[in-house]
Design a protein around this ligand. Sequence first.
Ligand code: ZN
Ligand code: ZN
Length: 217
Amino acid sequence: MWALAIWQWESKWVFRDSPHTVLLNHADHGTVSDLHFVCAECLAGVSFDNVAITTGPGYESLKLLPGSAERKTRTSQKVTVEAEHFGRSMDIIGDRWSFLIISAAYFGVARFDEFQAQLNISSNILSDRLANLSNHGMLARNRYSERPPRYEYILTQKSLDFYQIPLMLALWGDRWLTVPEGELFVRHHIPCGHRLKVVAICAECSEPVSAASMSFA
Ligand SMILES: [Zn+2]
Ligand SMILES: [Zn+2]
């Protein structure tokens, strides 16, 4: 699913004027032009503003465990390592910090000092990554104060579309990066209230695309 999310975003934003270097075939009809990511329960679209996240039973236990800081670091490292294996979109996103900045933006973080407080990131790294993300069209810079000049960083259509990629990663993490007490986080689809499970729908035949029914050419 994660690979499908990356493929879809790349098709739209990286290979805008040329065919994707990876062709996706589905069932008997051949090439897929686009995918829609929808909720498996209600079949409505999944986007950054209709997914609710709550902490699961494992979350509190993790905070109480001795050595939990170390454990937490290992978990995020594992996620980062997985993230770095995937494709060209990761080149645009660049690195772990950029990935975290975009993720924070989905939670409504917009201003420099807010990013700094949320992510515990040094100011030189933060300004570097914000500039890079702006150059790639992932964030739009908006001046909200003249003196001193201050900017907020707003999500763009490009980064809104990118949401499926960290979401798939997060759903994978919800399922696999658990502790014996249970999941750390639980996600629900707000329109229907069900536990979130995302399916990719083929734009050609409107049938779900799964790893078993697709082949990369
Ligand atoms: Zn739903
Ligand atoms: Zn199809």
